[in-house]
Design a protein around this ligand. Structure first.
Ligand code: PLP
Length: 391
């Protein structure tokens, strides 16, 4: 069979190689051998969606009025619920007609936004390390990603003064994500202010990915870009049900902010999808307007897990700090140790799955990421195994 007869489009060849392939292979090998694997690799909550949300979906799915094509922007009641929630949570008033749209998961919106505004050759500023979709969405739109390093000495915030002016001149868009995946860093509101100013000065569309805004600890509350003066003039913000409400499988999210930017995104989406299943929107309304205790309970569970793993790693000699948000730990490795090799070692010697930092970009080298998506007991077991390795 001539394998080359369906040559892939150039744009696919420009995407970075899948760096987790080797780890995946080793994980399967260990699994086949019957190893008792502790998986701290995937960014996917192990906890179930709250029962009242599931129940709302079940009822709404049985209602034939929800069986037809939904509206592109989302039901009016859904957008109204988002506005109510946003006002209560952030003190920001949003117009449900134009400043809020539904999405099929925030990955969908993030992946599509460059198609609306980026011409071939335009630069998009992408954090490194970062969630891979900022880069791939840019490449698929024919844009040119320019990586902006997130350095530990700068608390994993970009240093705008170090961006090459030639790149900046061609730049059209900037992606930010705080609380951050993979570094678990948070951004003070002053940094968001500086970013709005930077975007305004350089005429950039600022896309803030707020997937972890509600997943925080010790009373920390992550700010919204739209709380900052001028935020709505330069940017949009992506919010997701996935991590907040343990709903990764439901594919439900929304974008809020500048109406001109949102209408560009909506124009792309109108040509590629037909909106979010209304029954899922009903469940989303139940999530947003539902009791806050469940979210508190989930925060408490992650706090306990975070403490077990951070304390254990510190005792084993790792210089890891307690994150204020996200369900990740971003762990610096001893000087000169490569992240892929370290992950392979952890998997082979301790049956622990982790993610090599370099998979999120070259500035992720020298770190690994752990996810807090197993029970405290299993994390305790992971700590025991790591301690025995004597790293
Ligand atoms: C998980 C994640 C998302 C994707 O969320 P969905 O709404 O499920 O598509 C977006 N951004 C970051 C940084 C994430 O970690």
């Amino acid at each position: 069979m001539a394998a080359a007869s369906f040559a892939r489009a150039e744009r696919l060849n420009q995407l970075p190689p899948y760096l987790f392939a080797e780890i995946d292979r080793m994980r399967k090998e260990a699994q086949a051998k019957g190893a008792d694997i502790i998986d701290l690799g995937v960014g996917d909550p192990d906890l179930p969606t709250y029962p009242h949300i599931v129940k709302r979906l079940q009822e709404a799915a049985a209602d034939p009025s929800h069986h037809r094509y939904p509206s592109y922007a989302g039901m009016e009641s859904f957008r109204q619920a988002v506005a109510t929630w946003f006002q209560k949570r952030y003190g920001v008033t949003l117009d449900p007609n134009g400043e809020i749209i539904s999405m099929l998961g925030s990955k969908e919106g993030i992946g599509h936004i460059p198609l609306a505004f980026v011409n071939p050759g335009d630069v998009v500023l992408v954090p490194d390390p970062g969630y891979p979709v900022y880069y791939s969405g840019t490449v698929l739109a024919g844009g040119h990603p320019v990586l902006i390093p997130l350095r530990r000495e700068n608390r994993f915030l970009p240093d705008y003064s170090r961006i090459d002016p030639a790149d900046l001149k061609k730049a059209k868009m900037l992606f930010l994500n705080y609380p951050n995946n993979p570094t678990a860093a948070v951004a003070p509101v002053e940094f968001l202010r500086e970013s709005v100013e930077f975007a305004r000065r350089n005429h950039l569309i600022l896309c803030h990915d707020a997937a972890y805004n509600e997943m925080s600890y010790d009373g920390y509350k992550a700010p919204s870009l739209l709380q900052v003066e001028g935020g709505k003039e330069v940017g949009i913000e992506f919010h997701s049900f996935s991590k907040t409400f343990n709903m990764t499988g439901w594919r439900a999210a929304f974008a809020v902010g500048n109406r001109e930017i949102l209408s560009g995104l909506a124009a792309v989406k109108a040509n590629l999808d037909s909106g979010l299943f209304e029954a899922v929107q009903e469940a989303g309304i139940a999530a947003l307007l539902g009791p806050a205790e469940e979210l508190e309970e989930v925060r408490r569970i992650y706090t306990g897990r975070r403490n077990v793993l951070v304390d254990g790693l510190q005792r084993a000699g790792f210089q890891v700090e307690k994150p204020q948000a996200t369900f990740y730990l971003w762990v610096p490795l001893p000087q000169g140790v490569r992240s892929v090799e370290f992950c392979a070692h952890l998997l082979q010697e301790a049956a622990i799955v982790s993610t090599p930092g370099v998979g999120f970009g070259s500035y992720g080298e020298g770190f690994i990421r752990f996810t807090l998506t197993v029970s405290e007991e299993r994390l305790q077991e992971a700590v025991e195994r790591i301690r025995k390795l004597r790293i």
